[in-house]
Design a protein around this ligand. Structure first.
Ligand code: RP5
Length: 161
């Protein structure tokens, strides 16, 4: 089963990431989460990425608020896919983090999702779709989720009924 490393910049980010963890669990994807600040613990982040890669992690999810450099630094340290979640704890409502995460220079890609809890869930859904390309059991669960979601959203109103 593929493995994902979720890294956030502060313990204060963890509550927003619950939706990410829940979605990964729903797909049966194994994950580990770490709090390592790109600004406060640069050396530790460097070491962690090397360790995670040698332990078989296939994709990184990075989440941070304010001047959110963590996802970009992850992308600078690994050739694995990196998904970035801009968090909305700052006084600019997450626009600060969004600009920091999405505006990566060419050649250092971060797949940026929406700000905050919606982005946290979509980071997990996107990770599942990437892993589904090479893991049939994840592909089956992604397709099952899409069918379930479509069924839940359907609403037909018949005024004659
Ligand atoms: C960022 O600064 C973290 O990702 C967090 O969103 C924000 C505030 O961090 P704390 O001051 O709560 O540790 O690096």
């Amino acid at each position: 089963m593929p493995s994902i490393a979720v890294v956030c910049g502060s313990r204060s980010d963890l509550a927003t990431l619950k939706g990410c963890f829940d979605v990964l669990d729903s797909y049966g994807i194994s994950w580990e989460a770490s709090v390592i600040s790109a600004h406060r613990q640069a050396d530790a982040l460097h070491n962690y990425v090397a360790e995670a890669e040698s332990s078989g992690v296939q994709l990184f999810i990075g989440a941070a608020g304010l001047a959110a450099h963590l996802p970009g630094v992850l992308a600078s340290l690994t050739a694995k896919p990196v998904i970035g979640i801009p968090l909305d704890g700052g006084s600019l409502g997450g626009a600060d983090a969004l600009y920091a995460v999405v505006q990566m220079p060419p050649g250092v890609p971060v797949a940026t999702v929406a700000i905050g809890s919606a982005g946290a869930k979509n980071a997990a859904h996107l990770a599942a779709r990437i892993l589904a390309l090479s893991h049939g059991e994840v592909a089956d669960r992604v397709n099952a989720f899409r069918r379930e979601q479509a069924g839940n959203a359907e609403l037909r109103i018949d005024p004659r009924a």
